[in-house]
Design a protein around this ligand. Structure first.
Ligand SMILES: [Zn+2]
Length: 112
């Protein structure tokens, strides 16, 4: 059984099993359909379903985007042209090596 307002699955009340609860709308419904027949059920349900579907598709989109981000981050590590994130460590390593070479040269010249 689904909530006629938001289209989410209703949860049966533990205190009173003939009532079904929607925690989103803070509503309770009797199991018999007649209790909410005064509501324009079909339209409201369609609107609710559309809302849920839109939210769901947004969720999927966000997930897809985060996947794409992860994928592009991964591929950028192999990309030589990209110094934005993964590549930023390379100049530091080069600098370190240069310092060692210079230090070695100075030591070599000093002890010569
Ligand atoms: Zn609801």
């Amino acid at each position: 059984m689904k909530c006629p307002k938001c289209g989410r699955e209703l949860i049966q009340s533990e205190k009173n099993p003939e009532y079904w609860l929607c925690f989103t709308c803070k509503q309770k419904y009797k199991k018999k359909r007649q209790t909410y027949s005064n509501i324009p059920e079909k339209e409201v349900r369609a609107a609710g379903e559309a809302k849920v579907k839109r939210r769901y598709s947004q969720m999927l989109e966000a997930e897809e985007q985060s996947k794409k981000k992860k994928r592009s981050k991964k591929s950028s590590k192999n990309d030589i042209d990209n110094y934005d994130d993964g590549g930023s460590i390379v100049p530091l390593v080069v600098l370190g090596v240069l310092i060692i070479i210079v230090a070695a040269l100075i030591a070599y010249m000093y002890f010569k």
